[in-house]
Design a binder for this molecule. Structure first.
Ligand code: CS2
Length: 492
């Protein structure tokens, strides 16, 4: 039986495995990160590892897992160390990351997250919790008063358990103790993510104490970010690959693509690591980069997920190997690019080509079913926003209508062969309710799902041309099956 990764194992690792070029124990933690999933470990933690290696500083990361205990139980016995496996067309490489100091699982200790947020050395609180965890009503810019975490945290703010509630209580404790506030760094795929979290947090605080809400507005920075790295959920293969490369077991290994991008607004009144050492780009305004990534990468990803899953393709790379769907991918990328304002130094045609290559990476097994989850949270910024732009500017609407029709078809929860699957959407019940009694009538489905609040802008949903496109494409999908409908669509 082989040993386990940890500080003691570092010296014995094979020479080909890169390891922290610093002694992790020398540096304290300055960041608390909420949501320690594979994406954070493949992205921000890696940039922080590079910053520590080249510039040092008290910037290691204390992670908080709000729901699962799995990552804490895997990482803590390994001194926070884990393997980053990069799978590119040229081969596989392994690197041990040392930037995580420890992981707090809220389920193990309810008080520990607040203790970390209120610790004097905490200067940045970063987040990758997924779109649905915030409990923000994006259309209104307020908290979603029906979100379970918001309800619980408004009722008992001192014992907050949700994302916004924890941020608010952490900041309140700091204010009470005369400590400087932390900077809030949202790293989720949301448009204008810093601003969005700021608006939601201030609204939550206002419902508790208006003066405190004003204090947050005046003293807390919320830089926006664009984050990018395709990172499938780790599997047993990931752990086996890590063991093969390291010669010891690593229960927290992750795998990802070679490409990585991080664009950040440089507003960190409480300081920050030198993330540029790891390749991060600091800009005045992230919004145009975020729009490009959300509409081109993520929007196309969602189309790939629904049309691909229902065509029987397990992985994104399989979708790219399907000639008809690959053609629709290129069509979608082009239509999404046309909705963007020009960005200096960026050619969206080149960006589209690079994305298509990344999607096709044969070494990355990214499940269409994984990307398909949480559609109601993803569609607004990925598909509906560019579709509305296209409508208002007389541009090509059809690619967006195809993506929406594929999502609507997916909402039935059954493949063309009749196999059932879970939608895995926070609004699964509302979707079921909307579709009840509609049957497989395309018009009826479009009407019912378009009326779900907050998913499609009214101007788009009420547009006749849009409505016809979606209903006609959906009707083809229902009548002929997804694979045939996609083939015909690619020929149109
Ligand atoms: C994907 C993203 O699961 C999804 O919805 O579109 O996680 C995507 O892989 C990342 O944003 C890439 O940076």
């Amino acid at each position: 039986m082989s040993g386990r990764l940890g500080i003691a194992a570092l010296a014995g690792l094979p020479a080909a495995v890169a390891r922290p070029a610093y002694d992790p124990a020398r540096f304290g933690a300055g960041i608390v990160h909420i949501g320690l999933g594979a994406f954070h470990r493949a992205h921000q933690a890696v940039y922080t590892d590079a910053a520590l290696a080249e510039a040092g500083g008290g910037w290691r990361i204390d992670g908080i897992s709000l729901r699962s205990t799995e990552i804490a139980d895997a990482l803590n016995p390994q001194d926070g160390l884990y393997t980053l496996i990069e799978r590119g067309e040229e081969g596989v490489s392994a690197r041990v990351i040392g930037s995580i100091r420890k992981v707090i699982a809220a389920a193990h200790d309810r008080q520990a997250p607040l203790t970390a947020l209120a610790a004097p050395e905490t200067r940045i609180v970063s987040l990758t919790v997924t779109e649905k965890a915030y409990g923000i009503d994006r259309a209104e810019g307020t908290v979603d008063a029906a979100h379970p975490a918001i309800i619980a945290d408004l009722a008992d703010p001192r014992a907050a358990q949700g994302v916004l509630g924890l941020l608010a209580e952490g900041l309140r404790l700091r204010k009470e103790r005369g400590l400087q506030p932390f900077t809030v760094l949202c790293c989720d795929n949301l448009p204008d993510n810093g601003h969005l979290v700021r608006t939601g947090l201030i609204d939550l605080a206002r419902r508790l104490d208006p003066a405190f809400a004003d204090w947050i507005g005046e003293h807390v920075a919320f830089p926006s970010t664009m984050v990018d790295r395709i990172t499938p959920a780790p599997t047993d293969d990931t752990l086996a690959e890590a063991e093969r490369q390291l010669g010891v077991r690593d229960l927290a290994a992750i795998e990802t693509e070679p490409f990585s991008q991080w664009v950040i607004e440089d507003r960190f009144p409480t300081g920050r690591p030198e993330w540029e050492r790891g390749g991060a780009i600091f800009v005045e305004d992230v919004a145009p980069y975020e729009a490009m990534k959300l509409r081109m990468l993520n929007g196309t990803h969602s189309m790939i997920a629904y049309a691909g899953y229902l065509s029987g393709h397990r992985y994104v790379r399989d979708v790219m190997a399907d000639a008809a769907l690959a053609k629709l991918v290129h069509r979608h990328l082009k239509a999404a690019a046309a909705t963007l304002a020009p960005l200096e130094g960026i050619d969206t045609g080149d960006y589209a080509e690079a994305l298509a290559r990344r999607f096709a990476n044969p070494a990355i097994a990214h499940e269409t079913y994984q990307i398909a989850m949480d559609g109601t949270e993803k569609l607004p910024q990925r598909i509906a926003a560019p579709a509305l732009h296209a409508l208002q500017h007389g541009q090509d609407l059809r690619p967006f209508a195809f993506a929406v029709a594929a999502w609507m078809r997916y909402c039935l929860g059954r493949t063309d062969d009749g196999a059932g699957y879970a939608l895995r959407d926070p609004r699964e019940e509302a979707i079921g309710g909307a579709l009840a009694g509609v049957g497989k009538d395309a018009r009826g489905m479009v009407r019912a799902l378009s009326a779900l609040p907050g998913v499609f802008p009214v101007e788009l949903a009420r547009n006749e041309r849009w409505d016809d496109f979606v209903a006609n494409i959906l009707s083809e999908m229902l009548a002929k099956g997804m694979m045939h409908a996609a083939k015909e669509e690619a020929l149109s």
